[in-house]
Design a protein around this ligand. Structure first.
Ligand SMILES: C[S@@+](CC[C@H](N)C(=O)[O-])C[C@H]1O[C@@H](n2cnc3c(N)ncnc32)[C@H](O)[C@@H]1O
Length: 189
């Protein structure tokens, strides 16, 4: 169903890690940080999540709002928001931030992660996928921010790491790009 809605609007399928997370996390209030035009938000909404979708790109949010309106979707709220502000106001069972951290202002990333963590409900999840820059695999793309080896794991000390890897992938041009991929669960109180 989600693939239909995404392809109907010219969007890629949801990120594979979002699909995987959707298989183990029960529908809840979810936040999609850096939603672009909504491939992941639309997927989660089809699974029954109530999704808040945030991006600082006005055109992307307007496109997602158009899709929401055309499809009569009542469980996505799409808003313009600068993640660098680290000023979330609500709490969520799932916060997803896929391939977005690396576009943030580097001095703000710690505050952004702390803000995500403090606005995750007990027993809730954070899903992060972010490019890395390590001695073994220097990042070939000039992203403003990249993670160092172990940096994301260390930031989630005390959380259950349901999934964590720092795998290396090969881009279309043959360059190697290392990503940290993490699904972490906050301790229940
Ligand atoms: C590569 S896209 C990833 C989109 C989506 N998360 C996905 O998995 O397809 C990165 C997104 O982050 C958004 N973004 C970059 N910096 C941002 C910021 N400071 N605040 C909010 N969104 C931001 C961009 O506008 C873009 O939509």
């Amino acid at each position: 169903m989600s693939a239909d809605i995404n392809s109907r609007h010219g969007l890629n399928p949801a990120h594979s890690e979002v699909i995987e997370a959707g298989e183990i996390i029960a529908p809840c209030n979810a936040l999609d940080m850096g939603c672009s035009n909504g491939r992941n938000a639309l997927y989660l909404s089809q699974l029954g999540f109530n999704v808040t979708a945030l991006d600082n790109n006005h055109d992307a949010i307007n496109m997602l709002r158009q899709i929401i309106s055309e499809e009569g979707i009542d469980n996505i709220e799409a808003r313009v928001y600068d993640i660098n502000d680290a000023e979330l106001s609500d709490d969520y069972g799932l916060i997803a931030c896929t391939v977005t951290l690396m576009f943030l202002n580097p001095p703000r990333v710690d505050a952004v992660i702390e803000n995500m963590q403090s606005h995750t409900l007990p027993g809730g999840y954070n899903l992060i996928v972010c490019a890395m820059d390590t001695n073994e695999h220097p990042c070939p793309v000039p992203f403003p921010f990249t993670l160092k080896a172990g940096q994301l794991r260390d930031a989630y000390d005390g959380w259950e790491l349901v999934k964590y890897n720092e795998d290396v992938g090969t881009m279309h041009n043959g360059a190697q790009l290392q990503f940290a991929t993490m699904l972490a669960r906050k301790p229940s109180k």
